[in-house]
Design a protein around this ligand. Structure first.
Ligand code: GAR
Length: 197
């Protein structure tokens, strides 16, 4: 069974979807939920579930991402993870960290990559007049929101969609896509998953 560290910064709904799927013959289990934010809802939820948690605040390391990342690795060392799932973790990671975890770290991003790396993906898809939008799970490399694609879920944008409605619709797809990809990835199967919402 693979030991998974899940990184969150906020509510952690994707983390919850992953943990709730990790039962029975699933090839992985969560060994720790880590956040840069002590107030992240995901930390409280994991703690209440009896899952180990770690908080590594980024603020004591202004302008020094490698020092923050050394602290991340020290915290991880206490839990011996085989791999990392980023689930709404809102800190950029440097090549030092991504190289160390190469092939062992995946992320979910709320757009159909390679479109709309970075922030405000839903507003950008609307502004572009796109008809399709969605989310992507990919391996993490040094370049932001780049790296081999492991799965995508797409939906059709409607006339009435706003950035908020799209965010909610895409998040529902994220909760289906991320567990489906993790089941494969944790079993060393990198064939991509495609879903249509
Ligand atoms: C999700 O929509 C995720 O795709 C996005 O943040 C949200 C986290 O929600 N991630 C990024 O934008 C990464 N740059 P959650 O905390 O409820 O899982």
């Amino acid at each position: 069974t693979k030991r998974i560290a899940i990184f969150v910064s906020g509510g952690g709904s994707n983390m919850r979807a992953l943990v709730e799927d990790m039962t029975g013959d699933h090839p992985a289990r969560a060994c720790v939920v880590l956040s840069n934010n002590a107030d992240a809802g995901g930390i409280a939820w994991a703690r209440a579930r009896g899952i180990a948690t770690e908080v590594v605040d980024h603020r004591p390391f202004p302008g020094d991402r490698p020092a923050f990342e050394a602290a991340l690795n020290s915290a991880l060392d206490r839990h011996c993870p085989d791999m990392i799932c980023l689930a709404g973790f809102m800190r950029k990671l440097t090549g030092g960290f991504t190289d160390h975890w190469a092939g062992r770290m995946i992320n979910i991003h709320p757009s159909l990559l390679p479109k709309y790396k970075g922030l405000h993906t839903h507003a950008r898809a609307l502004e572009a007049g796109d008809t399709q939008h969605g989310c992507t799970v990919h391996e993490v490399t040094a370049a932001l929101d780049d790296g081999p694609i492991l799965g995508q879920a797409s939906l059709t944008i409607s006339q009435d969609d706003t950035p908020d409605t799209l965010a909610a619709r895409v998040l529902t797809l994220e909760h289906q896509l991320y567990p489906a990809v993790l089941r494969r990835f944790a079993a060393d199967d990198r064939s991509p998953v495609f879903l249509q919402g």
